[in-house]
Ligand binder design. Structure first.
Ligand SMILES: [Zn+2]
Length: 466
């Protein structure tokens, strides 16, 4: 088939939300009870895509990364972990209530939304209030000007262990996963007999009680982090920082296949006092540039704080130089859901075909696609047995789905829309010549292949550059 297609890669967030809900990627959380703000459930195709992202990241940063091991820390930790990390005292948003309509607003965001040149991060409550009064910034919900004073609300979800509600029993759902690696630094180093430099990678859930609306799954109260903490000597730390910047660029562009023109690094001009360098990697979402990754040079801040509060040594004794020191930490951190969203936005295309027909196609890297292959009998009559047998065989080696409902054209479109790279059609000739047709998602070209050569041909097609 010759194809003359016009491709449009302009995508709106509504295109993605509609696709996600109708095709089983992402559903609104608690949907039948009218939802719960900023929560989402991942459907049958969403969980496959998520698992593929995590598997590829784990390989890149843990199993195939020199000097790296994995960890799966608990969500609940001793309260002192969050005292030492600074989250108990400092992890908060400046909020105020509108006395007219009772909605809550973040004071810093209200100012930044009024003037995009302002970064109100770190302003005192007094400075925020002064600005809001001077510029008469009204409630975005009702348009009135009648604010309560600004108060700081901690972003950690708080709960209590046991039956009493004493402060001593107060615990938190972790707002980030990284602290597990810091507090287990000695456990991991000793049990695995590791020498600095080495890294610990982890994938797990974290929770933040944010009120800022989220741009679909970009900002959610429950999310999954993939992060890697690398422990090294201060003298080599900037070289490792640069290496991890390059590593995340390689991972997102080459391993996941996100287009370079939609990505950029954004160096932090304003650094927290302990950091030597920090940058974000950003993706150009339909709603603007948004952070995907943070690569941070954290100095000795984290291990020192835990050493001070726990009174347990976080020092490392170099067996060759006999130098005793607290290692410097280079952090590489990303949210699974944000990468998920970037991948979908990046892969989404609408195409007008030569015959005037249109299709939506997700040009996903085959390693990410929920299904690599769809098996389709041309008709149910007389072909179901052969097609099902082939489907079962291919399942041994690939992620495969099966579709026999509706016209063949409609079935191809359904697979295009969920990003399945290859469709394999069983027809009446198959019964005679032991061959099937493979259709390529991107070119829509079809090739006839002997069943005996099928596995080799699939492997060849799935590894060509998409
Ligand atoms: Zn209001």
């Amino acid at each position: 088939m010759t194809t003359k297609t016009t491709t449009n890669d302009a995508v709106t967030i509504d295109n993605i939300i509609t696709l996600c809900k109708s095709r089983g990627f992402v559903f609104p959380g608690s949907d039948i009870y009218d939802g719960l703000a900023n929560t989402w459930d991942y459907g049958p195709l969403g969980v496959e895509l998520k698992n593929h992202i995590k598997k590829l990241w784990w390989r890149e940063f843990v199993t195939a990364n020199e000097n790296s091991v994995g960890l799966d820390g608990g969500i609940l930790m001793n309260r002192n972990v969050w005292v030492a990390s600074g989250h108990v005292s400092g992890f908060s948003d400046p909020l105020m209530d509108c006395k007219e309509c009772q909605t809550r607003t973040r004071a810093d965001k209200l100012i930044e939304n009024n003037d995009a040149n302002i970064n109100a991060d770190g302003w005192t409550n007094q400075a925020l209030e002064d600005y809001i009064n001077q510029h008469h910034l009204v409630c975005p919900n009702c348009g009135k000007f009648n604010w309560t004073p600004i108060r700081q609300f901690n972003l950690m979800f708080e709960t209590h262990r046991g039956v009493t509600k004493d402060n001593a029993d107060q615990i938190f759902l972790r707002p980030e996963t990284a602290q597990s690696e810091y507090i287990n630094f000695q456990n991991v180093q000793r049990s695995m007999r590791l020498k600095v430099p080495f890294g610990i990678g982890q994938i797990g859930k974290a929770f933040r009680n944010e009120i800022t609306p989220g741009n679909f799954i970009f900002r959610t109260v429950e999310f999954e982090q993939m992060e890697h903490q690398f422990f090294c000597h201060a003298n080599d730390s900037m070289a490792w920082y640069e290496k991890y910047k390059q590593k995340i660029w390689h991972f997102i562009t080459k391993v996941l296949g996100v287009r370079e023109e939609n990505l950029r690094f954004h160096d932090h001009e304003k650094l927290v006092f302990y950091a030597k360098a920090a940058c974000d990697m950003e993706y150009h979402f339909p709603f603007g540039w948004g952070e995907l990754n943070g690569t941070h040079h954290r100095g000795v801040h984290d291990l020192t704080n835990h050493q001070n509060l726990s009174k347990k040594s976080m020092e490392y004794l170099d067996p060759i130089t006999n130098e005793k020191y607290i290692p410097t930490v280079i952090e590489s951190s990303q949210g699974v859901e944000r990468l998920f969203l970037a991948i979908l936005c990046d892969a989404y295309r609408t195409e007008t075909l030569a015959d005037g027909d249109t299709r939506v196609v997700l040009k996903l890297n085959p390693n990410l696609a929920p299904y690599q292959i769809c098996v389709l009998p041309l008709q149910k009559k007389g072909l179901t047995e052969t097609a099902t047998k082939l489907y079962r065989e291919l399942q041994q080696n690939f992620n495969v789905t099966y579709d026999d409902a509706g016209s063949i054209g409609k079935r191809y479109r359904r697979q295009d829309e969920i990003g399945t790279p290859l469709c394999i059609t069983v027809d009446y000739d198959t019964l005679e010549d032991q061959s099937v047709t493979i259709r390529d998602r991107d070119t829509m070209e079809q090739v006839r292949v002997k069943l005996t050569d099928l596995n080799a041909k699939i492997n060849e097609l799935l590894t060509k550059s998409f």
